[in-house]
Design a protein around this ligand. Sequence first.
Ligand SMILES: [Zn+2]
Length: 244
Amino acid sequence: MKLKERLKKDFRLWARSLADLFLKRECVCCGRQLEAFESDVCTFCLAELPSSYTWISEESPADKTFWGRTRIEKVTSLFLYNGKYRNLVYSIKYGGNIRLGARLGRMLGEVIAEEDIDFIVPVPLHWRKKRKRGYNQSEEIGRGILLALREKNPGIKMEKRLLKRKDFTPTQTRKDRADRWTNVRDAFRVNLKRAKALTGNGKVPKILICDDVLTTGATLDACASLLHEALDCKISIATLAYVP
Ligand SMILES: [Zn+2]
């Protein structure tokens, strides 16, 4: 480690110890007080992270979500959305914890480091929602994935303007399943100018759509099918969590 990096790390640890004296830094998952060398999640919770292992299985339940719908190359999630681990997503989505978003995004990126991807496309938020929240959690996750994949593929880029959220998606609770899927599709549109730019060199771009959670797959399916209609591309999906 270079001297500058070591000093930076020492300072960070020192600052955290000081912060621990005054503020209680707690594990996002289990609430245990964090040690100075830990951030956001305790070592125990990290070690026990319920990995989904979707990236090593061709026919994982996550893959099957999209069977008979849109053509997806690969579907990957880092962990199973259950128990205390739901707090991770909650903290990133509603707690403003963008640092944790990027960190878990990087862990997700590390497990798919061998994948050949040209563009990372985060699921967009409506601009009004993004302004209210101050960030889009999918972009933060995408930033982490980008860092991990860039080590092998320096040309990889994040493409935030390819997809746009047209309007707030109406509340889904009272709609039946079929309605819900059409409904979500109407909430997005593809920026055709960007789509043209991506395919300009005659190559078929390999796109990774990223999001926080894979539940019914309706949102991700909508994004993927709209992209398939607008441009010749290959699409994979990566989410932090998968709801089993
Ligand atoms: Zn913990």
